[in-house]
Structure formats: structure tokens, C-alpha cells
Unconditional design. Structure first.
Length: 301
């Protein structure tokens, strides 16, 4: 926040019955409880009464806004500062100005990707009804743009939009994808096929059936089928390794340069009626020209 970030994005997960902000899994990275995060933002907003914030929260587990999220906003003191639109959805041109939000004290806008229900919690708004996004987790420094995530009745031109300007690299670049997306249940299938083959041989021998050879061949066929599925599982494992990405820290300053960010916004403008991006999502915002680029997009220079 001290670096100038006024749109804050975080991913939530339940951990031991408490909602936390974690990336993918709390075992990988645990940013602490959502309540602690909200309290920290509330303290900053209290000491900076002319600042307006936007939350873009991801809720992959569809945790209930009414039962879980809303009490946390109430406890932190942010609920009373959250903006409630006069109707939904709101076109990009219908939102109040920053000055109007400051004057009314409603200086916080809250968006949630999945699971929002404004009928129950009026200030937690459905993100993709109002903000569209291009693809995320890009490995291409040119950030080719298209409308990737969007919902609701409004056109992309009537949405706001956010560029996912964070570059990633493959952890295992030498591993090539070999098959369709991995099937998480393939190990069970492998074991079942091999066991079926073995059991077919056992049953035939135990029953004294004269067609032992045929049964053995049938069992061998099923074992071979299991081996084939093992090979398929290996290929799927390669697919998984090939899809593992991490943020490209080494090129962060270049990715967060003025030219790269502005170019990304310009690349998406044709999908939004020629408008500049409303939000810029960055990794490593302390590197590069993120703040200056946003000021440029806002028309300050």
C-alpha cells in the first residue's frame, strides 16, 4: 500500500476452520488470516482518508459470503466503508468518481470471482459481471490479449477490465506435453486392470476350467492393458510437470517497465472500446515502473 497499490488481489482458502489468504494452497504459501489482512487495510485507510481501494478476491472454494466473509468485513470495520451500487450490473461508465466516493465515505469496492451473492451481501460484487480479464499465467512477454473470463449481460466494452501483467516461466522447460489433461484417477484404473488380469488367471485355474490357455491369454491382455495405462500415466505426469509455472523474478523489472505495461493495456483496448485498462495486476510491484505506468494510464503524464 505504501508503494501506491490501490487494487489488492488475493486468493482465499479455509485453513483449520479459519479463512486465510493463500496462493493455491496454504501448504505452499500462507499469507495469514483474511481478518488480519482486512484489519491492516482498514488501519491504512483510516490514516489515509482520501484514498480509495478496490479488492479483487478469488474464492475458489465458494466460501459463503454471508456466513464467513461478511462477518470478517464487519469485524474489521470495512463493511461500513464498502460501496453498494444502486443497481447491478453497473456499466463501466456508471461508476461514481473517486471524489464522489471520498465525499460519501464509501471508499472501498469489493469484487469476488466466484460465489458472490449480492442479494445476501450487497457490497461483495460479482467480478466477471463487471471486470473482464485476459488469460493469466502468461509465459509470453508480449502478453497477447483476448477476452478470457467474463460473465453477465454486459458486453466487454461495457465492462471494466484488468490486465494480468505477470510473467511466468516453466519450472521444467525441457519436459514436453504428450497427452490430454491428466486424469487424477488413472492410478486406480491401472491397479484395477492389473488385478483383473491376475484374478482372471487365478479363477480359471482354481475352478479347473479346461480353457486355461484362453484365460491366461485374457489375463495377459488385461495386464498389458494395465501396462498401457501406466505408460499413459507417465505421459500424464509429464503433462503435469510441463504445466508447473513460477513467477519470472529475473525479468520482473523488464516485465514491470512502463513500455511493457502500457503496451499490454493497448493490446487489450480493442476489446474494451478503445479504453485503457482499469486495473493492472503485477508480481513484484517493488521492481520496475508499475506506479509510474499506472499514473501514465490514468493520464497524469
Amino acid at each position: 500500500m505504501n508503494l501506491g497499490a490501490r487494487a489488492l488481489q488475493a486468493q482465499s482458502h479455509m485453513k483449520d476452520g479459519v479463512l486465510h489468504f493463500c496462493h493455491t494452497s496454504c501448504l505452499l504459501f500462507d499469507g495469514g488470516s483474511v481478518l488480519s489482512y482486512l484489519q491492516k487495510v482498514k488501519g491504512f485507510m483510516d490514516s489515509h482518508p482520501f484514498e480509495v481501494f478496490t479488492f479483487v478476491f478469488t474464492n475458489p472454494e465458494r466460501v459463503s459470503p454471508k456466513a464467513v466473509w461478511s462477518p470478517l468485513f464487519e469485524q474489521s470495520g470495512l463493511a461500513s466503508m464498502a460501496y453498494v451500487p444502486p443497481h447491478l450490473p453497473m456499466k463501466a461508465t456508471e461508476w461514481p468518481t473517486l471524489g464522489e466516493m471520498i465525499q460519501t465515505g464509501k471508499r472501498l469496492v469489493v469484487f469476488m470471482d466466484y460465489g458472490s451473492n449480492p442479494a445476501e451481501v450487497s457490497y461483495i460484487l460479482p467480478q466477471f459481471d463487471h471486470i473482464w480479464e485476459p488469460p493469466f499465467s502468461s509465459t509470453d512477454p508480449n502478453f497477447p490479449c483476448r477476452v478470457d473470463r467474463i460473465s453477465g449481460p454486459l458486453s466487454s466494452q461495457d465492462h471494466m477490465f484488468m490486465i494480468n501483467h505477470n510473467l511466468n516461466v516453466k519450472v521444467f522447460p525441457w519436459v514436453q506435453r504428450r497427452s490430454p489433461s491428466p486424469d487424477p484417477g488413472f492410478f486406480d484404473t491401472i491397479a484395477g486392470a492389473i488385478n483383473n488380469g491376475i484374478n482372471a488367471v487365478k479363477d480359471t485355474v482354481n475352478n479347473g476350467v479346461s480353457t486355461v490357455v484362453g484365460a491366461v491369454n485374457n489375463g495377459i491382455d488385461q495386464i498389458n492393458n494395465g501396462i498401457g495405462q501406466i505408460n499413459n500415466g507417465v505421459d500424464q505426469g509429464k503433462d503435469t510437470l510441463a504445466s508447473v509455472l513460477v513467477p519470472d523474478f529475473l525479468n520482473a523489472a523488464k516485465t514491470n517497465s512502463m513500455s511493457s505495461i502500457v503496451k499490454d493495456s493497448e493490446g487489450c483496448a480493442p476489446f474494451s472500446g478503445g479504453k485503457r485498462t482499469n486495473f493492472v495486476m503485477l508480481d513484484f510491484i517493488d521492481l520496475g515502473d508499475g506506479r509510474q505506468a499506472v499514473e501514465n494510464l490514468n493520464g497524469f503524464f
